[in-house]
Design a binder for this molecule. Structure first.
Ligand SMILES: [Zn+2]
Length: 297
């Protein structure tokens, strides 16, 4: 098992942020494989957004959510099927109604076990959190857009179409102009391209840019990224601009028929120079790999 060089992927109930009335984020403290987790309350119910990695983290989130809800009914949704976002959802069974868009439910069915096996190889701290992890199944699957009435507040669950994954879903709180993006946006790090050919080639840089353009037009006041600090609409623009420069730099070099490894190395250097404060540069090369295949003929 490889050494895991990062902090343990553990959700901590510290520095909770109330970003709008009855909308709370358990921040990921910039710890890898810990997502930002949301709680959105209405008069009758509370929606939890994402679970953390594995049952132990999810139990902590469920315990907190139960206390926070103080008798209100619990709902759960996840932004996409990746393990740190969704592979704790089965802990909520019987306690919360787990709602999902259909494409994400399909991702869990077709890719869940493969990702569980892959993540267990990342290192002991990750494998430990995934002990006894099971691929969750939703209680309710919706098509189109789902409006969830929490009592005095309607929250909108909406698939974006394939971008970071096939089943990406965003969650908006219209009365507070809050947007939960999942991994469609990350702050302080390079965009995560889960480009793992031949096992997973669902990520699309081109479609991701289109999705970001649509989200930017909605002008949210608060943007909760999948990982990293909470921001505003400027965070969406930053991600869109990075994806666009990654696409343009990749395609420009692809035109000159350079080998992919050379392109990836050049662009990695370039992007690190342009974004010296961003973490996880290993995602740059995967992004280049993805975008190489997406260049129009
Ligand atoms: Zn992800």
């Amino acid at each position: 098992m490889p050494d895991y060089p990062y902090a343990d992927p553990v959700v901590e109930l510290t520095d909770l942020q109330e970003i709008a009335r009855d909308v709370v984020v358990i921040p990921n403290r910039n710890v890898d494989l810990v997502p930002n987790i949301g709680l959105i309350g209405g008069t009758r119910a509370v929606l939890v957004v994402d679970t953390g990695l594995g049952p132990r983290n999810a139990r902590k989130v469920l315990e907190f959510a139960t206390a926070y809800a103080a008798g209100r009914r619990l709902y759960l949704t996840t932004t996409h099927f990746h393990p740190e976002h969704a592979f704790g959802a089965d802990v909520f069974a019987g306690e919360a109604t787990y709602l999902l868009n259909r494409a994400q439910a399909d991702d869990l069915t077709t890719k869940g076990e493969g990702y569980l096996a892959m993540f267990r190889q990342l290192g002991e701290p990750v494998a430990r959190e995934l002990t006894d992890a099971r691929i969750p199944a939703p209680d309710l699957t919706y098509d189109g857009t789902h409006e969830l009435d929490l009592g005095g507040r309607v929250v909108r669950l909406r698939p974006t179409g394939r971008a970071h994954s096939k089943g990406d879903q965003v969650v908006t709180v219209p009365d507070a102009a809050v947007l939960f993006t999942g991994d469609l946006a990350e702050a302080g790090q390079f965009a995560i391209f889960p480009w793992f050919p031949p096992y997973d080639v669902d990520v699309s840089g081109v479609r991701w840019i289109e999705v970001m353009n649509r989200l930017i037009e909605e002008r949210p006041r608060v943007v909760v990224p999948g990982h990293g600090d909470i921001g505003d609409a400027g965070l969406l623009t930053q991600v869109r601009d990075y994806l666009t420069e990654l696409r343009d730099e990749t395609w420009r070099r692809r035109d000159s028929s350079l080998p992919e490894a050379t392109i990836a190395a050049e662009i990695r250097d370039l992007m690190i120079r342009r974004h010296p404060d961003w973490r996880l540069p290993e995602w740059i090369e995967r992004g280049v790999g993805c975008l190489c295949t997406e260049r129009p003929a």
